[in-house]
Design a protein around this ligand. Structure first.
Ligand SMILES: [Zn+2]
Length: 253
């Protein structure tokens, strides 16, 4: 992401559709759309604020490594053989990276950084932000892109903070519907904009590498609040800006 864009809060940079991270890569030709694209997860608001709190009895690194050894044995291999000797340590380090989102509070992230502004009333859109997450059912990777837009009222925020917000929620155990709602609701709560729209398209490796083995399928979820929900023109503008993934066959990696 270009770092220079973040500082231009008061100027016209934000009028422009941000093309910081765009690009789709065709993987397959199927796409799955959730049934209620504009009103998904109505009641996700209650538990979405900061996500799960720190586990009270977080195990030690040694305990975590031991658990990996157990899984290696469960897979049918020998954790003591040469090639696997350092694997538990590597997996534990990888987990720190995959689940780094538990170390940050999304609300604090936005609260510290919004700026008061008056008069800006165009859609701010961050389009095609790639993220990596893990499903809470299988701990399998979810890889996708998020499109996040809001219609400012008094407050705006740098686009790098929006991208960071997505990352904080992505780097937790997730289901896509919940993550979509969490991002939208947090922006809504902190910035109090006239509207928020979040669309997420993602491929779930628990569907592609196990279970029903359906590669090339993207799941699309969305949450529309305020003007994006109530005003068809605003919603249409947003959907045309992002290329309306719900109707376009363009899976990605
Ligand atoms: Zn799964």
């Amino acid at each position: 992401m270009p770092s220079g864009v973040d500082g231009g809060l008061g100027n016209t940079h934000l009028h422009v559709l941000t093309r910081a991270i765009i690009g789709r890569h065709k993987l397959g030709n199927q796409q799955m759309t959730v049934e209620k694209p504009f009103s998904l997860v109505e009641d996700a608001r209650s538990d979405d604020a900061d996500g799960p709190s720190e586990p009270v009895d977080k195990p030690s690194r040694e305990e975590a490594k031991e658990a990996v050894r157990t899984l290696l044995r469960w897979a049918g291999d020998d954790p003591d053989r040469e090639g696997l000797k350092d694997t538990p340590a590597r997996v534990v380090s990888a987990y720190e990276e995959y689940f780094d989102g538990y170390n940050a509070c999304p609300k604090t992230l936005l609260e510290r950084t919004f700026e008061e502004t008056d008069g800006y009333d165009e859609i701010v859109l961050l389009k095609g932000i790639r993220f990596e997450s893990h499903c809470e059912h299988h701990m399998a990777p979810i890889i996708g892109r998020a499109h996040v837009a809001y219609l400012p009222h008094h407050r705006v925020i740098g686009i790098s903070k929006l991208a960071r917000l997505i990352e904080v929620y992505a780097k937790r155990l997730q289901i896509q519907e919940k993550m979509t709602a969490q991002i939208a609701n947090t922006i809504d709560d902190i910035l109090q904009p006239k509207g928020v729209a979040v669309v997420i398209e993602a491929a779930h490796q628990c569907m592609t590498t196990r279970g029903i083995h359906k590669p090339g399928v993207n799941m699309v979820t969305s949450r529309m609040l305020g003007a994006f929900r109530d005003d068809p023109t605003t919603r249409r503008e947003f959907l045309s800006m992002i290329g309306s993934p719900a109707t376009e066959h363009a899976p990605f990696a």
